[in-house]
Design a protein around this ligand. Structure first.
Ligand code: NAI
Ligand code: MG
Length: 392
């Protein structure tokens, strides 16, 4: 039997993750779950939001389901440490970013797929006053470890860095500005990681019969990094004659996002552009209550909703948050494990509940969150899970 490392984390992560396990059990997925420690409590009490025992468990079992964590600015992080841990030079870091680095989870997959009947679906007005509700089926492949989010950055860069940069003619523009007044974030990408994410995108398109793969970058301006990705995409696309390679600029793609989103199949991009474009597409299919993701490395895979710990709602009892993003992340885990039958069973049950519309969380009713949503027709988190289970 498969063992899954369950990482609830903080806030609503502690609510939606156990609900996902309840649904997986009900759907007939046989697994052991080992709960592991991650998040704010472990920072406050141990000075480490990602204890080594958790890393060891993930190393051993290779598959993790993750809820969400809370991150706070460093000054708050220091204040909330146990008194005996303060002033020891401990520095808070995001445990999910650390997991991606430790296990080289370099491929992030974020499907953005509309459910029929979801009141949050994007609609488009036609010239004759009628409306279209195009069903979107886009899957974003985001390079998860490099690029602008790799963390190679400085405020007041050291002299060696400044000197190295001065060898570039374009640094002339900054020449009279003192280093103390300069901040630098680099965008480093490698051929190897770019080839890996682009090939993964094409393989996925082939497996699930998407007709196009779009590289969403900015090669006309970011000539070196985006330019390298475009060249690699063109080379790799030759191995997939049945799939068209499109390329769009991130800015234009955002502007045209609502024009024809239903035309895009698989989209592939660097870390930050992938972050942006996947949030944009997620907004067209229901937003944070529906946005799921997978972080894949060569050995380890971590599945998580893209929302955070939503502290505003963490203490509400009963809970009102939408567990579907977490459930869809669990579905991605099942597909990764080859459990397609159970995955489809859960997906179909979710689709049925959304389409029938009898049971909806507050976000699906476009209500402002709070206790009162339950009097205004919204269901609780638990009721949503129960309804989905009843449709399995
Ligand atoms: P958030 O995603 O936690 O919440 C933003 C808002 O989205 C919430 O106030 C709520 O209105 C809505 N929302 C989120 N999840 C929902 C759900 N399942 N159902 C219904 N509504 C939902 O982002 P926020 O408020 O910016 O960050 C809160 C904390 O979470 C911070 O400490 C942040 O650092 C952390 N965070 C963690 C992430 C992760 O664990 N991967 C990702 C994003 C934020
Ligand atoms: Mg984001």
């Amino acid at each position: 039997m498969k063992t899954i490392v369950a990482l609830p984390g903080d806030g609503i992560g502690k609510i939606v993750l156990p609900e996902a396990i309840r649904l997986l059990d009900a759907a007939g997925f046989k697994a052991n779950y080992v709960y592991a420690d991650i998040g704010w409590d472990f920072w406050c009490n141990e000075g480490n939001p990602l204890p080594k025992r958790t890393i060891d468990l993930i190393k051993e079992h290779k598959i993790a389901l993750f809820g969400a964590i809370t991150s706070k600015p460093n000054s708050d992080a220091q204040k909330e440490l146990l008194p005996e841990l303060q002033n020891k030079g401990l520095v808070y870091f995001s445990p999910i970013v650390a997991l991606r680095q430790i296990f080289n989870l370099d491929i992030c997959i974020r499907p953005c797929v509309s459910f029929k009947g979801n009141p949050l679906n994007f609609i488009r007005k036609n010239i004759d006053g009628t409306y279209d509700e195009p069903l979107i089926n886009t899957v974003v492949f985001r390079q998860n470890t490099e690029g602008l989010y790799a963390g190679v950055e400085w405020t007041n860069p050291p002299k060696v860095v400044r000197d190295a940069l001065e060898t570039h003619p374009r640094m002339n523009y900054f020449k009279n500005i003192p280093s103390e007044e300069i901040a630098i974030s680099t965008r480093i990408i490698t051929k190897k990681a770019s080839e890996k994410i682009i090939r993964a995108a094409f393989e996925y398109a082939k497996k699930y019969k998407y007709k196009n793969v779009t590289l969403c970058e900015k090669p006309n301006v970011l000539r070196e990094t985006s330019g390298m990705m475009l060249k690699i995409a063109k080379d790799i696309s030759k191995d997939y004659p049945e799939i068209s390679l499109w390329d769009t600029n991130i800015d234009a793609q955002m502007m045209w996002l609502t024009k024809n989103p239903e035309d895009y199949g698989v989209i592939v991009a660097e870390n930050m552009f992938g972050d942006i474009i996947s949030d944009a597409f997620a907004g067209l299919v229901g937003g944070l209550g529906f946005a799921c993701s997978a972080n894949l490395g060569d050995e380890v895979a971590v599945f998580e909703p893209t929302h955070g710990s939503a502290p505003k709602y963490a203490e509400l009892n009963p809970s009102i948050v939408n567990p579907i993003a977490m459930f869809l992340s669990a579905v991605m885990m099942l597909e990764h494990l080859g459990e397609n039958e159970i995955a489809n069973k859960i997906k179909n049950a979710i689709a049925k509940v959304v389409e029938e519309g009898n049971v909806r969380t507050y976000d699906m009713l476009k209500l402002k969150g709070g206790k009162s949503v339950l009097e205004n027709g919204a269901c609780t988190t638990e009721q949503m899970t129960n309804e989905i289970i009843s449709k399995l």
